[in-house]
Ligand binder design. Structure first.
Ligand code: CA
Length: 229
């Protein structure tokens, strides 16, 4: 899960980043509205935490502009004002949820879980399942009833990307920015190499799913087309 945190109070941002990382999220933190909008429009986040009072563009403006650009990432708005009007404003402009400062950490985490669940992921006991294959988020292993194999860090992240979006075509650029990040080092044939490792491991566990190339676009998981053993 990748979170974009748009919060200009540095201390709060640092504290939230620590907490989120400890809870298994990857976090990109930015400190003003314009950066928030730019990052949001990269469309690689599972959820965005967006403060209302921000330099350059305020949270409402960021939200309006990103929704106009068809970025549908769930947004949790934060504000120091526990003002009913702010809440209505945010929800009207397309926020998915709202949290007034000061808030408790368990409440923040619960809201984030609820927002990311709404995207339709099947996460039960740290396991994502597609077809007859489960990806265990705690042990980094791919499992079927027949077999089990551990994945390397990058293989796991790529597998997780596909398992979270079983019905979508994922572009190579999306996968690369999600897995390697904006500033991560990346050599362009790495992705193909990792995909080929993953295909071998899917075949090894007897998966009935396959990672298929979509010509000129990227990849998609297809069910019932994997190699049967
Ligand atoms: Ca603020």
């Amino acid at each position: 899960m990748r979170v974009l945190l748009v919060e200009d109070e540095k201390k709060l941002s640092e504290a939230l980043t620590d907490i989120l990382k400890k809870n298994g999220y990857e976090v990109d933190a930015v400190y003003d509205g314009e950066d928030g909008l730019d990052y949001a429009c990269a469309n690689i986040y599972d959820v965005i935490i967006l403060d209302v009072l921000l330099p350059s563009l305020n949270g409402f403006e960021v939200l309006t502009k990103m929704r106009k650009k068809k970025v549908v990432t769930p947004v949790l708005m934060l504000t120091a004002l526990s003002d009913e009007q702010d809440k209505v404003n945010g929800l009207d402009k397309g926020a998915d949820d709202y949290l007034a400062k000061p808030f408790s950490v368990p409440e923040l985490l619960a809201r984030l879980r609820a927002l990311t669940r709404r995207r339709g992921e099947l996460v039960t006991d740290n396991v994502l399942t597609v077809g007859n294959v489960s990806l265990n988020l705690a042990t980094y292993s791919l499992q079927t009833e027949k077999n089990e194999v551990r994945l390397s860090g990058k293989e796991f992240e790529i597998a997780r990307y596909f398992f979270e979006r079983p019905n979508f075509v994922s572009t190579k650029d999306d996968i690369i920015s999600k897995v390697w990040g904006f500033d991560g080092e990346f050599i362009s044939n790495n992705l193909e190499a990792y995909i080929s490792f993953l295909r071998k491991k899917l075949a090894f566990v007897g998966a009935n799913i396959a990672i298929e190339a979509v010509r000129g676009v990227g990849y998609k998981i297809n069910i019932e087309k994997g190699e049967q053993k």
